[in-house]
Each structure stands twice: as C-alpha cells, then as structure tokens.
Design a protein around this ligand. Structure first.
Ligand code: NAD
Length: 306
C-alpha cells in the first residue's frame, strides 16, 4: 500500500523534505501559512493544500518542520486557554485520524515532544521527534542526518519515509531523546563556529591564510563541522547563505542553556558561548545567516567589506 505523506511547514527545510519525498514517488501534500512557500513546493511536485483539515484528511504520515517548539505545540494541541470546541477544526489532536504518525523534525524541546506525544496517544496518534542536520541542501537532496526519539515499533512503521528523506538516522532513545541530542549537537556547532573563527583569525595575524589553515586543521585534530562545512561553504567566500538563520540558531543556543539550567549543570564554556550569541543581537539581526556570528570575532577578516 502506498504511504501518503503530508508536510507542514514548507520553509528552508520542510520545502526540501517535501520535494525529496515527491521525488521518491510518495504522494506528498504540503501545508504552510505562506502562499509563497506553498507555490514553491507545488513547483517541486508537492500538492499544496490550504488548511490543516484538508491535509490530515488524506495522509498516513505527517512531517512537521516548524520554527519553534511553541509552533509544534500550538499546531498539535491548540492554543492554551482557548475554548476547546473552537479548536476542533484547527488542531492536529482533533483532526488527525487514529493510526497517523507525526514525525516532528523541528528543533524543539524534549518536554514539548513528550507533552504532545502523550496527548496524541489518547487519540491513537503516534509521535516521533526526529530533528535534523544538514541544512536546506541536505533536506533537498535527502542526505540530511536525523537523531530520533521514538518507540521501536512506531519507528519501524515510519522507516520507509525516514529512509527516503535522510542519509543517516541515529535512534537515540524514547520520545524527547531526539531533541536532547539535537540541542547538544547545536550547542557544539555554536561553540565550534566561534572557536574556529578565533583560530582562523589568530593564524591569519600570524601569516597563515584562512584557506591553508583550514586545510591543515581539517587534516588534523581541530576539525569540526565548522571547519569542514561552514567556513569553506559560507564564511571564507563571504556568501553567508547557508539557509539557517541567526534567529533559529539563537533559539537553539537558548534551548541548550535552558536544558543545562533545568539539569542544574554549570557549563562554563557553553555559558560563555551563549553570552556571545546573545550579545550579537546588537549588531546581527535574526534574519541574518547564522555564520555571520564570526564577524564579531574579526570584522576585518570575515566582514563583507574585507
Ligand atoms: P523556515 O522559517 O524557513 O520555515 C518554517 C516554515 O514554517 C515557514 O515557511 C512558515 O511559514 C511555516 N509555518 C510556521 N508556522 C506554521 C503553521 N502553524 N502552520 C503551517 N506552517 C507554518 O525555517 P527552517 O529553516 O526551515 O527551519 C525549520 C526547523 O528546522 C527549525 O526548527 C530549525 O531550527 C530546524 N533546522 C533548520 C536548519 C536549517 O539549516 N535551516 C537545519 C537543521 C534544523
């Protein structure tokens, strides 16, 4: 039997995921608040729909790619404090059919995943948190990686869709564990971007070009996603067009700080890095590329005017 898939949130990541699944011959329906996003998805073989009700009427699996945890909670459970009957035609909890699987690829919080999963379970709807890495290119090519929080049995049922949309999948635990792993991953990425900027800047002042330094680092033990992917693709060429915004990375840095605080952990390095991302609000708008944070380390070397 053909699995019909819905994608909610057709932005930088969700748009690429929907196009990838359509290329794999899944019937794909897409919903986004933005007409422009729906039009773009339609051009990639996705059937756009204009309401959540219309989408959930037809599909077996729904993928969420929304900005933040609060968007996931609101879409699934509705607005807190609103009369329940007003929401029955607008939220996934009441519109989704028993047997539906929700795959949430949003970088969200473990608490939100567990809260939403528990509520959906009362209606026979399963929930997987499967946040992703690999950027818009990885989503559009089906090569992104996933860290997954799910029950084995639900994961097995969702696997053909997950395999079509990603190059690697690590099942890290039960519901919520995917977001724990993703928050830890992005905490590292936020640190590596700044520490690599400091290393590149120091070496440049000492007479080693950024290109040569990165070649050396990437053959050595200092390498990371920042030195191997971010600097070559988006920093050194000053393109700053990764498709991941400063606003979303600040959100992820905040999620890491909140998780550490909730666990009563003192993480001095992560704290210092979080402070740098927070202070960068003064000069870098939420809409800028997240890699632009390196300009705060060395505006001459990494700035557009250099
Ligand atoms: P985006 O802003 O490009 O896309 C989000 C989309 O969701 C927008 O098109 C918006 O209109 C839509 N949307 C918001 N609320 C909605 C609702 N209630 N119903 C329907 N559509 C709604 O964001 P993105 O860059 O695609 O990121 C999506 C998620 O993936 C975020 O959690 C982000 O942190 C994570 N992520 C992004 C990247 C990246 O490189 N961009 C990489 C890994 C993870």
């Amino acid at each position: 039997m053909t699995t019909t898939v819905g994608v909610i949130g057709l932005g930088n990541m969700g748009g690429g995921m929907a196009a990838t699944l359509a290329r794999h011959d899944f019937p794909v329906f897409g919903f986004d608040l933005s007409q422009a996003a729906r039009d773009k998805a339609a051009a990639a073989g996705v059937t756009p729909v204009s309401s959540l009700a219309e989408l959930l009427d037809t599909i077996d699996i729904v993928i969420l790619s929304l900005p933040k945890a609060e968007h996931v909670e609101q879409l699934c459970l509705g607005k807190e404090g609103t009369q329940e009957e007003n929401q029955d035609t607008t939220r996934l909890l009441t519109l989704g059919k028993p047997g539906l699987i929700v795959i949430d690829t949003t970088t969200s919080t473990p608490e939100t995943s567990r809260k939403v999963a528990a509520a959906l379970a009362t209606r026979g709807i399963d929930f997987i948190d499967a946040p992703v890495s690999g950027g818009p290119k990885g989503a559009a090519s089906g090569s992104m990686s996933m860290v997954i929080g799910a029950e084995e049995e639900v994961l097995a049922r969702a696997m053909p869709v997950l395999e079509a949309m990603s190059g690697s999948r690590v099942h890290v635990g039960g519901c919520g564990a995917g977001n724990v792993a993703k928050i830890a991953n992005n905490m590292l990425a936020a640190c590596h971007l700044i520490s690599t900027a400091e290393a590149v800047s120091m070496a440049a002042r000492a007479g080693v070009s950024p290109e040569k330094l990165l070649e050396g680092v990437n053959a050595g033990s200092g390498r990371s996603g920042a030195s191997q992917v971010m600097f070559p693709n988006w920093v050194i060429n000053k393109a700053y067009d990764s498709g991941f915004t400063m606003g979303l990375m600040r959100k992820d840095v905040g999620l890491a700080s909140d998780l550490a605080a909730a666990l009563g952990l003192e993480l001095p390095l992560a704290n210092a890095v979080a402070q740098l991302w927070d202070e960068s609000r003064a000069s870098l708008d939420d809409s800028e590329d997240f890699c632009a944070i390196v300009q705060r380390t060395d505006s001459t070397l990494f700035g557009h005017g250099a």
